[in-house]
Design a protein around this ligand. Structure first.
Ligand SMILES: O=C1C[C@@](O)(C(=O)O)C[C@@H](O)[C@@H]1O
Length: 239
């Protein structure tokens, strides 16, 4: 069998990512999304799903620990290393073009740094992520977090929780500042007050948007479904 050739995302232009715990969703996302984020932490038997994957879209693998809003255990050193082992094993799959590693993990664990190095050696892009499920840090703090995340990998990603317009504006402004400084960034504000940032942040430099195929399968609060985000981002980019 001729191996399938997956095109690597470079994240130098906007990349539309469908987020899912079920790789069967790839079929519905084909032609709309550029990449599939496989939320291993939310999936049943993620290793088996990966081994059986034969879709067209390349994968971004994420194994989010509970301490960063995900569902896989990372509460002690043994659990954290099992989580990172599973993520690293996923890098052996040819469909995997990108991996998500939390900035906090890179800061506290050599194992996480080793996973990032394995990714780099395989030509897999590293998205370094920061999530705030409680609120929106100050604009200054967001600029600092985003720059740190972007410097630690190929793209720095910041997802915060907005409760009002000021939060959304501060996130967009931080996105603009760090993008203008030459870093690759991805940003979004979770929650109702932040929902529109998912469509608008790309105008200010955000390079990744996340959306589930069906709204009821959202992997974070306030996500649009894939068709809707594709339409909104596409209109704003061509306008
Ligand atoms: O980190 C992110 C961004 C996200 O939290 C969002 O708000 O769209 C969705 C997650 O699946 C992804 O890993």
């Amino acid at each position: 069998m001729v191996p399938r050739h997956y095109l690597l995302p470079v994240f130098d232009s906007f990349t539309l990512v469908t987020a899912t715990a079920d790789l069967a969703d790839e079929r519905a996302a084909r032609g709309v999304a550029d990449l599939v984020e496989f939320r291993m932490d939310l999936a049943s038997d993620p290793a088996a799903q990966l081994a059986a994957y034969d879709g067209d879209l390349p994968l971004l693998v994420t194994n989010r620990p509970a301490w960063e809003g995900g569902e896989v255990d990372g509460s002690d050193a043994a659990a954290e290393s099992a989580r990172l082992d599973a993520l690293e094993a996923a890098l052996g799959n040819d469909a995997v073009a990108a991996v998500d590693i939390e900035l906090a993990a890179l800061r506290r664990s050599e194992r996480a740094v080793a996973v990032a190095e394995t990714a780099a050696s395989r030509g897999v892009e590293v998205v370094v992520s920061v999530h705030d499920f409680a609120g929106t840090p100050s604009e200054r703090a967001m600029v600092s977090l985003l720059s740190a995340a972007a410097s630690a990998g190929d793209v720095g990603k910041l997802a915060v929780t907005a409760t009002d317009r000021e939060d959304a504006l501060a996130l967009l402004s931080a996105t603009h500042t760090v993008d203008a400084a030459g870093y690759a960034v991805a940003t979004m504000a979770m929650g109702e007050a932040g929902r529109h940032t998912r469509a608008v942040a790309p105008v200010y430099g955000s390079k990744i948007g996340y959306a589930p195929v069906h709204a009821e399968d959202a992997t974070a609060p306030g996500q649009y479904d894939l068709e809707t985000l594709a339409e909104l981002v596409g209109r704003l980019q061509s306008g």
